[in-house]
Write a protein that binds this ligand. Structure first.
Ligand code: ZN
Length: 159
Protein backbone atom coordinates (compact mmCIF):
# COMPACT_ATOMS: atom_id res chain seq x y z
CA UNK A 1 0.00 0.00 0.00
CA UNK A 2 2.96 2.27 0.54
CA UNK A 3 4.74 3.34 -2.58
CA UNK A 4 7.27 5.44 -0.75
CA UNK A 5 10.53 5.36 -2.59
CA UNK A 6 13.83 5.99 -0.91
CA UNK A 7 15.01 7.45 -4.20
CA UNK A 8 12.66 10.29 -3.46
CA UNK A 9 14.82 11.22 -0.55
CA UNK A 10 17.59 12.98 -2.38
CA UNK A 11 19.34 13.72 0.81
CA UNK A 12 19.67 11.31 3.67
CA UNK A 13 22.00 11.50 6.54
CA UNK A 14 22.41 9.04 9.33
CA UNK A 15 22.31 10.96 12.57
CA UNK A 16 22.13 8.59 15.48
CA UNK A 17 20.62 5.35 16.56
CA UNK A 18 18.18 4.12 19.15
CA UNK A 19 19.60 0.72 20.01
CA UNK A 20 20.19 -0.97 16.65
CA UNK A 21 17.80 1.14 14.64
CA UNK A 22 18.71 3.70 12.09
CA UNK A 23 17.63 7.33 12.26
CA UNK A 24 18.00 9.49 9.18
CA UNK A 25 17.10 13.03 8.32
CA UNK A 26 15.90 13.73 4.82
CA UNK A 27 14.93 16.63 2.68
CA UNK A 28 14.23 16.98 -1.01
CA UNK A 29 15.66 20.45 -0.97
CA UNK A 30 19.16 19.85 0.26
CA UNK A 31 22.04 19.05 -2.01
CA UNK A 32 24.34 16.20 -1.06
CA UNK A 33 27.02 17.52 1.24
CA UNK A 34 24.88 20.37 2.53
CA UNK A 35 24.53 20.23 6.29
CA UNK A 36 21.27 19.06 7.82
CA UNK A 37 19.42 22.19 8.98
CA UNK A 38 19.72 22.82 12.69
CA UNK A 39 15.98 22.49 13.21
CA UNK A 40 15.97 19.09 11.54
CA UNK A 41 18.84 17.93 13.73
CA UNK A 42 16.83 19.09 16.72
CA UNK A 43 13.83 17.13 15.50
CA UNK A 44 15.96 13.99 15.09
CA UNK A 45 17.46 14.41 18.55
CA UNK A 46 14.05 14.95 20.09
CA UNK A 47 12.78 11.85 18.33
CA UNK A 48 15.72 9.78 19.59
CA UNK A 49 15.13 11.06 23.12
CA UNK A 50 11.40 10.27 23.04
CA UNK A 51 11.81 6.92 21.31
CA UNK A 52 14.11 5.81 24.11
CA UNK A 53 11.37 6.59 26.66
CA UNK A 54 8.58 4.58 25.05
CA UNK A 55 8.55 0.95 23.93
CA UNK A 56 10.48 0.70 20.67
CA UNK A 57 11.85 -2.03 18.43
CA UNK A 58 15.23 -3.32 19.51
CA UNK A 59 16.71 -3.41 16.05
CA UNK A 60 16.21 -3.32 12.33
CA UNK A 61 13.85 -0.39 12.03
CA UNK A 62 14.53 2.67 9.94
CA UNK A 63 13.24 5.98 11.23
CA UNK A 64 13.30 8.92 8.85
CA UNK A 65 12.83 12.50 9.95
CA UNK A 66 11.48 14.38 6.96
CA UNK A 67 12.94 17.82 7.59
CA UNK A 68 10.61 20.31 6.01
CA UNK A 69 6.93 20.47 5.13
CA UNK A 70 7.51 20.72 1.38
CA UNK A 71 9.41 17.45 1.48
CA UNK A 72 6.72 15.95 3.68
CA UNK A 73 3.96 16.99 1.27
CA UNK A 74 5.90 15.48 -1.62
CA UNK A 75 6.35 12.21 0.27
CA UNK A 76 2.66 12.10 1.21
CA UNK A 77 1.72 12.67 -2.41
CA UNK A 78 4.04 9.89 -3.52
CA UNK A 79 2.46 7.60 -0.94
CA UNK A 80 -1.05 8.50 -2.04
CA UNK A 81 -1.88 9.97 1.34
CA UNK A 82 -3.27 13.30 0.23
CA UNK A 83 -6.66 12.87 1.87
CA UNK A 84 -7.32 16.19 3.58
CA UNK A 85 -6.13 14.83 6.91
CA UNK A 86 -3.06 16.14 8.67
CA UNK A 87 -0.38 13.46 8.80
CA UNK A 88 2.34 13.70 11.41
CA UNK A 89 3.98 10.38 10.83
CA UNK A 90 3.62 7.21 8.76
CA UNK A 91 4.65 3.70 9.60
CA UNK A 92 5.05 1.03 6.97
CA UNK A 93 5.11 -2.11 9.08
CA UNK A 94 6.09 -4.53 6.30
CA UNK A 95 9.01 -2.43 5.19
CA UNK A 96 10.09 -1.57 8.73
CA UNK A 97 10.21 2.12 8.06
CA UNK A 98 8.64 5.04 9.89
CA UNK A 99 8.57 8.61 8.67
CA UNK A 100 8.11 11.63 10.88
CA UNK A 101 7.13 15.13 9.88
CA UNK A 102 10.12 16.84 11.46
CA UNK A 103 8.67 20.31 11.56
CA UNK A 104 5.73 19.23 13.71
CA UNK A 105 8.05 17.74 16.31
CA UNK A 106 9.69 21.13 16.79
CA UNK A 107 6.61 23.30 16.14
CA UNK A 108 3.79 21.09 17.42
CA UNK A 109 0.15 21.78 16.60
CA UNK A 110 -2.16 22.44 19.54
CA UNK A 111 -3.19 19.17 21.11
CA UNK A 112 -0.70 17.06 19.15
CA UNK A 113 2.43 16.87 21.24
CA UNK A 114 5.72 15.50 19.93
CA UNK A 115 5.43 12.86 22.66
CA UNK A 116 2.14 11.71 21.23
CA UNK A 117 3.34 11.75 17.61
CA UNK A 118 6.32 9.55 18.49
CA UNK A 119 4.34 7.28 20.83
CA UNK A 120 1.64 6.81 18.17
CA UNK A 121 4.04 5.61 15.48
CA UNK A 122 5.91 3.43 17.97
CA UNK A 123 2.58 1.88 18.98
CA UNK A 124 1.93 0.96 15.32
CA UNK A 125 5.30 -0.79 15.35
CA UNK A 126 5.09 -2.51 18.73
CA UNK A 127 1.48 -3.67 18.30
CA UNK A 128 2.01 -4.57 14.64
CA UNK A 129 -1.29 -2.84 14.13
CA UNK A 130 -2.80 -0.56 11.55
CA UNK A 131 -5.87 -0.01 13.72
CA UNK A 132 -5.74 3.72 14.44
CA UNK A 133 -8.09 3.51 17.43
CA UNK A 134 -6.13 0.82 19.23
CA UNK A 135 -2.86 2.53 18.40
CA UNK A 136 -4.15 5.88 19.64
CA UNK A 137 -5.34 4.39 22.92
CA UNK A 138 -2.02 2.68 23.51
CA UNK A 139 -0.03 5.80 22.67
CA UNK A 140 -2.12 7.91 25.06
CA UNK A 141 -1.52 5.38 27.81
CA UNK A 142 2.22 5.43 27.24
CA UNK A 143 2.37 9.24 27.24
CA UNK A 144 0.23 9.45 30.38
CA UNK A 145 2.20 6.78 32.22
CA UNK A 146 5.41 8.57 31.50
CA UNK A 147 4.08 11.93 32.65
CA UNK A 148 2.48 10.51 35.80
CA UNK A 149 4.49 7.46 36.74
CA UNK A 150 2.77 5.28 39.29
CA UNK A 151 4.43 6.15 42.58
CA UNK A 152 5.86 3.05 44.13
CA UNK A 153 4.50 2.85 47.63
CA UNK A 154 6.79 1.49 50.30
CA UNK A 155 3.98 0.93 52.76
CA UNK A 156 1.40 -1.85 52.72
CA UNK A 157 -0.66 -1.82 49.58
CA UNK A 158 -4.05 -3.09 48.66
CA UNK A 159 -2.76 -5.21 45.81
ZN1 ZN B 1 -1.54 5.96 12.92
Amino acid sequence: MLRFSTALLLFMCSLSAVAQNEISASSLFLKPGEPVPQECQQAAQLFAHLAAIYPHPKSGWHFVIVCDDNSWDAVMQKMGLVDGLTHYGETEIDRRITLFRGRKLIHPDTGVSPEFIVAHELAHIMLHSRNEQIVDLTARKWVENFRNPIVQSKGPSNY
